[in-house]
Design a protein around this ligand. Structure first.
Ligand SMILES: [Zn+2]
Length: 202
């Protein structure tokens, strides 16, 4: 099986496991490839894919309270990319090149600097008590149960996002977030492999 197909299947599995929390499959989109040339927006289920080149976009505006990006094209048209139904929205945000007249880099730096470390993926990505990289909520409740919670969540996270053939516990966080220097790995490769087998993820 090709690695691309495997990635898609993995995404679908990840999506299915979370489907009750998310929007209907038909409206859920994700940011696909992002490069110095541009980016794609794809559908988790179905064959919708649109490609945008940075050079074809004239401006971009961010609304931080709403977490939306509005892109403008040469024809004075615009389209909105809300985080609410675009998985990987921050991957796109991190990749927007400098130089667009209305792109408020300072506001974005300010927003990103308010984020705190996630104890599941290590990303500096926790905003309003949810990690915006791995989508895990911050544990609330009995302190003694916190370690159990984060151990379980790390098993789930590494089982789904680390490499397929081998487990990379030192992988960078998703979506371009920086990694906390204090990140503590609570699981071993063997435990992640065992968890995958148990959950039929391989
Ligand atoms: Zn996280």
């Amino acid at each position: 099986m090709g690695s691309m197909l495997r990635r898609v299947i993995f995404r679908l599995r990840r999506y299915r496991s979370k489907k009750n929390e998310q929007l209907a499959a038909s409206s859920q989109l994700f940011i696909g490839e992002v490069s110095s040339e541009g980016f794609t927006i794809e559908r988790l289920v179905g064959n919708y894919a649109r490609q945008y080149r940075w050079n074809d976009l004239t401006d971009v505006m961010i609304d931080i309270p709403k977490l939306t990006l509005t892109f403008f094209t040469f024809k004075d048209r615009s389209f909105v990319v809300p985080k609410a139904n675009h998985e990987g929205w921050y991957k796109l945000l991190h990749a927007i090149p400098e130089g667009y007249p209305s792109f408020d880099i300072k506001a974005i730096h300010n927003h990103l600097s308010q984020m705190t470390a996630c104890k599941v993926c290590g990303g500096m990505a926790v905003y309003e008590r949810v990690c915006r990289a791995c989508e895990t909520p911050v544990f609330s409740g009995d302190r003694q149960k916190a370690r159990l919670y984060y151990t379980q969540k790390q098993l789930e996270y590494f089982a789904q996002h680390a490499g397929l053939a081998y487990i990379d516990l030192f992988a960078d966080p998703l979506d371009g977030f920086s990694k906390s220097p204090d990140f503590e790995i609570l699981v071993t490769e063997e435990e992640v492999h065992a968890f995958r087998a148990q959950e039929n993820l391989t």
